[in-house]
Design a protein around this ligand. Sequence first.
Ligand code: FE2
Ligand code: FE2
Length: 256
Amino acid sequence: MIILFIGDIFGQPGRDMLTASMPSLRDRYRPDFIVANGENAAAGRGITFATADDIFRAGVDVITMGNHTWSRKEILNMIDANSRLVRPANYPRGVPGRGRTVVEKNGMRLCVINLMGRVYMDVLLDDPFQTADRELQAMKGQADAILIDFHAEATSEKLALAMYTDGRAAAVIGTHTHVQTADNRILPKGTAFISDVGMTGPADGIIGVDAKIVLKKFTTSMPVQFEAAEGRAQLNAVVITIRPDGLAEGIERIVL
Ligand SMILES: [Fe+2]
Ligand SMILES: [Fe+2]
C-alpha cells in the first residue's frame, strides 16, 4: 500500500497548488490513498463546504484537521455527515464529528486517526496517548494499515507519541508547524515517522501568512488580522510505503 500525505493546505494558493500538482504526484508515486490536512483550507483558518470540495475533487480521500477545526462555523453543518473529514480524536466526548475513519479502495482498508498535542497547545484536550491506545485498540483487525496525523507543536511530544505507538500504527505524521522537518524515518518496530510534513500554500509568507502582517505583529505586539500571502506556492508531502503486515518500509519527503 502506498499513502500520499499532504501537509496543511493553506488558503486558495494551497488548494490551487494541490489541484495543479496532483496529476504529476499520481504519476510518480501511484498512491493507493491520499490524505491531506485541511485545517487551514479556508483563507488559512478552518474549512468550508467549498474548500473541502476543492480538496476532495483534487483526489484526496481523507481530510484531517487540527486546532483550526472550529474556526469556520460551517463545519458544524458537514462534519457529522462527512465520514471522510476527521477532527482530533482527543476532543472530549460529545463533540461533533469523528476522530477516525476507515476508507476502502483497491481491496485495501486504511484507517486514519487524527490527534492533537497539548504541549504549547490546548491543554484542555484529553490525553493524546490514552486516546491513541483507545483508538488503536478499537481498530485492531479493522484495517490493513493505520495512519495517525498528530497535530502538535512540540517535536518532543510528536516523537514521544510516535515511539509510544511504534509497531501499532503504520505511520505517525506530524502536522501544524508548517515547516517540513528532515527526520523522516522508520522507527524500530516499523512505524513511519516525521515530526512535521510541512505546508501546502504560499511559499513566501511566514508559515502561510502574509509576511508584512506577521512582521507587524512581531515588531509591535499589536493585534493583527492574518491573511494568506500571495505569490509563489509550495507543496509539502510525504509518501509512505506499507508492507503487507501493516507496518512501514519507507517514508520519503516531497517538496514542490
Ligand atoms: Fe496548520
Ligand atoms: Fe494547526
